[in-house]
Design a protein around this ligand. Structure first.
Ligand code: GLY
Length: 372
């Protein structure tokens, strides 16, 4: 699949309609210039808005976004908090509630999440709960947030050592993606997004997975057409899944391919590794079990594993034991009545939920990735 095809299929507006909720658009743009118009279209004109961002993103983009938002909204309030997963807490949400209360925000006012997955999730959770729910806008600034976390209404915070333990489904009113911000995204964060992107291809669309491999150079250079194509593709896949299963009663769980082991490693490594890096490791484990069960062949397994290296993602880790990972996996909320819900591959591009993966299979898969 060449660049010409990439151009043809990239769409700059994708509408998401989940049952019982208002539809919303994902706008795919190369600047913030269209933001004011989109805000007015959804009814922000003359309303108050609170922009929430972490310190890193605020320094880079708060001014540019505020200039645009000002053209539509009557008043802007900002809430800036320290960057990092360790701040994805109820305490940060509390600070946001206090800001909204002090500014007299009512049910018709808006929140805007400017940032990556942490910002989107915690701002969305504040929006879901403040005054029993106000509307919010996602302006994702990481690849991971642009292709995954900003879409589909999963909001929440971590609680004690549990990731995303407290949360709510609350759909955004708009997702405005400016791909230009990816130019300032650190390598490690870009690779993290690629971990989730490869997941989409492996789970749902082998042709897209092949496209990513073929366009590795363009992707690494963050070439505009390649970014537009791949982000649009992921947004379309995510739209398809969340429209079918908005609250993860069925197929939405397939988006958790690589996450069962991934979340455990993320937690045990104290969030030293990025989310996408941990998902990439979880992907290797899931692909290994799929291979051992005869659903992938040896070449396919090694291609999946080595693609991580190509996109700056790990294939091994150290410092934690396979038993720790297994036990942590068992305490994850991806359990169903005490059973681990493991996502495996029937073949490339076709994921399914397996509830019969044994401890021995999991331990063996983890052992193949241990570097110490
Ligand atoms: N990130 C997985 C989901 O939205 O379901």
């Amino acid at each position: 699949m060449g660049k010409a095809r990439a151009k043809q299929t990239a769409s700059d507006r994708i509408t998401v309609q989940t049952a019982g909720n208002e539809s919303y658009d994902i706008c795919l743009q190369t600047s913030f210039e269209g933001l004011a118009e989109e805000l007015s279209r959804i009814g922000c004109e003359g309303r108050r808005i609170c922009i929430a961002a972490d310190e890193t993103v605020a320094e880079l983009y708060l001014e540019a976004v505020s200039q645009e938002v000002k053209k539509s909204c009557s008043e802007i309030v900002t809430y800036v908090f320290p960057a990092g997963e360790q701040h994805k807490t109820l305490a940060t949400v509390q600070g946001l509630y206090e800001t909204l209360i002090r500014a007299g925000f009512d049910r018709k006012d808006y929140l805007l999440a400017l940032g990556g997955g942490v910002t989107g999730d915690l701002t969305g959770y504040a929006a879901a709960t403040y005054l029993r729910g106000i509307r919010f806008i996602q302006v994702p600034t990481t690849l991971l947030a642009q292709i995954d976390s900003s879409i589909g209404g999963k909001t929440g915070v971590d609680f004690d050592q549990y990731k995303n333990m407290v949360g709510a489904f609350h759909q955004p009113s708009l997702v405005y993606i400016n791909i230009h911000v990816l130019q300032t995204l650190p390598e490690e964060q870009f690779a993290s997004g690629m971990g989730e992107l490869l997941k989409y291809g492996l789970s749902f669309d082998d042709e897209f997975y092949g496209w990513a491999i073929e366009h590795m150079g363009d992707i690494e250079e963050r070439e505009e057409q390649a970014l537009l194509y791949m982000i649009a593709k992921c947004c379309q896949l995510k739209k398809y899944i969340v429209e079918k299963d908005p609250t993860e009663k069925g197929d939405r769980a397939l988006l958790n391919f690589g996450h069962t082991i991934g979340h455990a490693i993320e937690k045990l490594k104290n969030f030293e590794l990025t989310h996408g890096a941990c998902v990439a490791l979880g992907t290797v484990a899931a692909a290994y079990i799929s291979w051992q069960r005869g659903m992938l062949d040896e070449d396919e397994f090694y291609e999946i594993r080595d693609m991580n290296v190509g996109f700056g993602l790990p294939i091994s880790f150290d410092g934690i034991t396979e038993d720790q990972i297994l036990q942590t996996t068992k305490s994850d909320k991806k359990m169903d009545a005490g059973k681990i819900r493991f996502i495996l591959l029937k073949k490339l591009g076709k994921a399914f939920i397996a509830e019969d993966v044994t401890d021995a299979e999991i331990l063996e898969a983890i052992r193949t990735m241990k570097a110490d």
